[in-house]
Design a protein around this ligand. Structure first.
Ligand code: SF4
Length: 669
């Protein structure tokens, strides 16, 4: 009997049209948990580095987290994994909503897709009945619209549908997969789905998911619920509101956007607008949000209501949460009414709300500076907002300049040349980042930006405050009930951290302390991604209900496999290393581990080198960021070492495959 997981994956070959229900190996659960962990193992076993992102051999894996479908509050994440056409590394983006629990109730932990369908199709999973169905009538339909049409066609109003829009069909490198109340946006997963000829996966399940020790498990769940209630009534004093409570940043509730609009950058991540936030702006933006926000919504089994349904006048309703509220507005130097309206079209097209506004602002900056010319923008409206709509329409159809921009700023700049590369200034590992430009180097964030393989800072930060508190008294107050720390030393790191003087940035926290802090933060995110937990209740807030001390209890009572903190930490280290190994095999090296050059004004090359050296050693990686033989052996990853040896990965940096050509080169025609 398998607990928490179903023990079965669906293996779908879209070239052959075959569907197989395959039992998974329970030993893998103990070693890699589920979700991201077992996805990384499957990718390692079956997708060698010779496989291009748009090859039929590339896999697209939809995985429910290990604890999804159990009563664990907020445990609803689907982890989608593939080789990204944009970064050419392993992509693993998460989506909330309802899809993952539904898959578990249908009797499966993962859907593993390979091959390519010659015609557009969708997958219909209804308990034991699984069909590949014609989707030719859905060609070009919006992602949210597709979900609705499929539910009507199937006469299954409760089916959960993950779908791509036109962007995915056109293989736009920053195409997302949308799913009613959430989306998996980073890494271009939607492009791979479109390349496979798969428009959507609809799922409906009515079976049970079992937990090993139900009474104990329910008690743990109730403790979490009690804590959520208490924390919601008692936000942490002295920290910015988005970190003081729980859930993802409550952007759909807040009206005061002074902090984002004055500290984040506008346009192509270039311009800071101090003094932007006036009473008039606040009133007009409040009116815009109040008039379009129809209701606040939650993901499956969660009371937090982080998202909202947005209904712009004359347009269909879509879901929004987090910083997407501001990305289009700020890229276009416009207002919230514009931002909420264009996001409706962008959601239906299915594009990443972080990357796509930046790509469009990048194009207009190149135009303003004469690197792109009138002929590239023939027919473009003259007003700013109109230009964004015009560009978006062309990108998702890959028409004209849109075809170049559809590859994202890094690849577009290479194709445009004429100095355009200097304008693609806000990427890490070829992927657009949050529009933030700061002054003094932050050594903790330096490491996170440089080495985070989820390639999105919000998906690695959390747990440890971003800045020191001004006074010792405030810090002492903060650490009093900080029971989430894995070790008491973190309290001391924080207590001694000053805004100025010896114990301040960039030399404090020391490199050794930074390693501990980054490792803790990363570990929590990786646990969430394997269990299917929302980061908003675990790895992102400062004092969350899920933490390293109660997670082993959830795992043990849920799966029936006994875990303590040490065993859980070792499993995380194992699959985190496996993610690294997948990427090393694809050519990731030290030169890739860096933040955008202009992220901080004040840089310290020697310190940065020391930080990276210390972190690599801490992780058991060599000076190139490659896991060493010893560390692989310790984790039982000898098969990784053998593969590295066979490929000459350790010798003279050998085995580094060329990664400087766009994914189109690998296109099967
Ligand atoms: S905390 Fe927010 S984003 Fe997370 S599961 Fe709950 S509603 Fe969804």
């Amino acid at each position: 009997m398998r607990y928490a997981e179903t023990g079965f994956n669906l293996e779908i070959d879209l070239s052959r049209g075959s569907i197989d229900k395959v039992e998974s190996d329970p030993r893998d659960t103990e070693r890699y948990l589920g979700g991201l962990g077992t996805n990384a193992k499957i990718l390692w076993d079956r997708v060698p580095p010779e496989v291009e992102p748009f090859s039929p051999e590339n896999l697209l894996i939809f995985s429910a987290g290990l604890l999804c479908g159990t009563p664990a509050v907020g445990c609803n994440r689907t982890i989608v994994t593939t080789v990204s056409p944009q970064t050419r590394f392993m992509a693993f983006s998460m989506m909330g909503g309802f899809w993952a629990p539904e898959l578990k109730y249908a009797g499966y932990d993962k859907v593993v897709l390979r091959g390519k369908s010659p015609d557009l199709v969708y997958l219909w999973i209804h308990n034991d009945k699984v069909e590949i169905r014609d989707a030719s009538h859905l060609h070009g339909k919006g992602a949210v619209e597709t979900g609705e049409l499929i539910r009507q066609e199937l006469k299954e109003p409760n089916a959960q549908v993950a779908a791509i829009g036109l962007a995915g069909e056109s293989r736009v490198y920053f195409a997302s997969i949308e799913q009613g109340r959430s989306s998996a946006s980073r890494g271009g997963l939607g492009a791979v789905m479109g390349d496979k000829g798969l428009k959507a996966i609809a799922v409906r399940g009515t079976k049970d998911v079992y937990v090993a020790r139900p009474v104990e498990y329910m008690d743990l769940c109730n403790q979490v619920l009690d804590y959520i209630k208490w924390r919601n009534e008692n936000p942490i004093p002295g920290v910015m509101p988005i970190l003081a409570g729980l859930g993802s940043p409550q952007e759909m509730r807040v009206h005061d956007e002074k902090w984002h609009t004055e500290n984040f950058m506008w346009g192509n991540s270039r311009v800071r607008r101090k003094g932007f936030w006036t009473e008039e702006v606040e009133k007009s933006w409040t009116d815009a949000l109040e008039s379009m926000r129809t209701r606040l919504i939650s993901c499956y089994n969660c009371p937090m209501k982080c998202g909202a349904t947005i209904s712009p006048p004359g347009l269909s309703t879509y879901m929004m949460k987090c910083f997407s509220k501001l990305t289009y507005t700020m890229a276009a130097f416009s207002d919230l009414e514009f931002g909420l309206s264009i996001a409706q079209r962008a959601t239906e097209y299915g594009v990443d709300a972080f990357s796509s506004p930046q790509v469009m602002a990048f194009a207009l900056e190149l135009y303003a500076d004469g690197i792109l010319s009138d002929s590239d923008f023939s027919g473009m409206p003259s007003d700013n907002e109109g230009r964004f709509y015009w560009l978006l329409d062309r990108i998702v159809r890959r028409e004209g300049i849109g075809d170049i921009l559809a590859d994202g700023t890094y690849w577009a700049a290479k194709r445009i040349a004429k100095g355009a590369e200097a304008y693609a200034h806000n990427t890490i590992k070829k992927h657009e980042q949050l529009p933030l430009k700061l002054s003094m180097l932050n050594p903790i964030y330096f490491l996170m930006y440089a080495t985070g393989e989820k390639i999105n800072i919000t998906q690695i930060e959390g747990q440890f405050p971003q800045m020191p508190f001004p006074t010792r008294e405030q810090r002492e107050e903060f650490v009093k009930d900080w029971f989430q720390v894995p070790d008491e030393k973190f309290k001391q790191y924080f207590l001694d951290w000053e805004l100025r003087g010896e114990n301040s940035f960039p030399y404090y926290p020391t490199p050794e302390m930074c390693c501990d802090i980054v490792d803790w933060q990363e570990k929590m995110h990786y646990i969430d991604d394997a269990l299917g937990m929302c980061a908003g209740l675990s790895s992102f807030p400062l004092k969350p209900p899920y933490h390293i001390h109660n997670y082993p209890k959830f795992l043990s009572a849920g799966s029936g496999i006994e875990f303590d903190e040490a065993k859980l930490s070792e499993a995380v280290k194992r699959y985190r290393t496996l993610v690294r190994a997948n990427n090393v095999r694809r050519g990731m090296r030290r030169e890739d581990d860096k933040p955008p050059e202009n992220h901080w004004k004040k840089r310290f090359p020697e310190l940065e080198k020391k930080l990276l050296d210390t972190y690599y050693a801490f992780k058991g990686w060599n000076e190139q960021g490659i896991p060493t033989r010893e560390s692989l052996n310790e984790l039982g990853l000898d098969y990784v070492y053998d593969d590295f040896e066979k490929r000459g990965v350790y010798e003279n940096n050998g085995g580094k495959p060329p990664a400087d050509s766009p994914a189109e080169d690998g296109k099967e025609v």
